[in-house]
Ligand binder design. Sequence first.
Ligand SMILES: [Ca+2]
Ligand SMILES: [Ca+2]
Ligand SMILES: [Ca+2]
Ligand SMILES: [Ca+2]
Length: 379
Amino acid sequence: MRTPHIDTKGLSVAMPFLALLLFGGCDSHLAPTTERDTVQDQCVELDACDGHQDDTLPSVDASDVPLAEELPDQDDTTPLEDSSDVPPAQDLTEGDVLNTCPVAIGGLRYLYGAVDVNEAPTHMDVEFGPVELLGGRSYDEDGDSIAEYRWGVTQYPGRVPPSIGLLSASSGAIGLEIYMAGSYELELTVVDEHGLASCTPSRVTLESTTTAAVVVELTWQTPSDPDESDDDGNDVDLHMLRPGGLVWNRQGFPMDCFFANRSPDWGVQGVTSDNPWYRVDDVDGAGPEVITIQQPALTTTEEGYLIGVFFNDPKHFSPVFPTVKVYSSEGTVEIVGEKGGVALQPREFWIAGELFWTENGPLFVTSDVPQITDGFPSP
Ligand SMILES: [Ca+2]
Ligand SMILES: [Ca+2]
Ligand SMILES: [Ca+2]
Ligand SMILES: [Ca+2]
C-alpha cells in the first residue's frame, strides 16, 4: 500500500484544505485513491483543445492536437497521483473557491464504418481497423476547461498493449489500431485547468473480430528489449507466398504478399474476396502483422500458401522469437495452427509453415526442424 503524502507541487492547493481540516472540522479525505493507479500501460497525455472537443463529425481540430511523437511520456508527469492527495472540493465551505473534479466521458468511433452519431458509444463490436477515442463530452461542473485528456489501455488481447497515437494527421484523430481478435478496455481521465483530475475514470470497451476465413497473425518477442511497447524495437515482417509461388520479397510481383505488395490479385483474376490483404505493418517491436483472406481459393494437398517471417531490422535488439498464428474467423475464432519457438538473427528468414485450404477445410503444416535461411531463399 502506498504511503499517503502531499508533495510540494500539490501543497499550495492543499493548504486551504488542511486549514479547514485542522480548524474547521470538515470531513476530509486525505487517503490517496488507488483507483487512478489503474490508468497505466499505454497512457498518453493530450493537450486540451480550446474549449471542448466535439464528438460529432468531424471531431477534432488538427491544429490543436500535437503529433504523436510530441506526446510526452507518461513518466514525465504524475499529476494523477498528486491530485488524489488533495481533499475533494465538496469539503469547502461557503466563500472559498470551489473546485470540483471534472467528469470524464469517453466514446468510440470506428473509422472504417459509416458512423453518424451525436453520442459516441462506450462499447463497440468492431472489425479490424482504426478506432478513434473521443473525450469531448467530458465536462467540469464548475465551468473549468478541460486541460488534458489521458487514455490508458487497461485490457487487451496478446502480450503487449496496442499504442495510442495519432490516427490521421489531417483530422487529428487520436486512437488505436485494432488487429487482434479479443476484448479491449480503455480508460479516460481528464484534468481541469487547475490540475485536478476526474475522480472516476470513464471506461470504454471494444470487442474485436473479423469475418475473414483466413487470418495469419505474426507477433514477436524480444527478450533484450527492456520495453516492447515503446517505439524503439525490432522490425520483423510477415510474408505469404501464393500456392506454387517461387519469388519472395519482390515489390510489384504478385507472388508474395507483404508490406510492399499489400493486396495482389490471387485466385480468380478480378475477384477480390480471394485476394490476400496485408492489413498492418509493425516496425517498432512485438507486432502484430496481419494478412487476411476473406475466402481463399482452394489449394491442392501438394501446394499451399507458404508463410514466411523475415527479421528485417538489424539496428536494435536480437534475437527475436516470432510466433505465427493462423485462425479462421467466420463468426467465431477457430485456431487452425500456431508455430513459434525459433530464434531469428538479423536478416534471417524463417518459413513458419504451409497453409492448405482444401474441401476438408484449413490445415497449417509446420516442421519440427526450423527452415531458416540467411536472407530470402532463392527459387
Ligand atoms: Ca474543477
Ligand atoms: Ca523497445
Ligand atoms: Ca514489419
Ligand atoms: Ca482474385
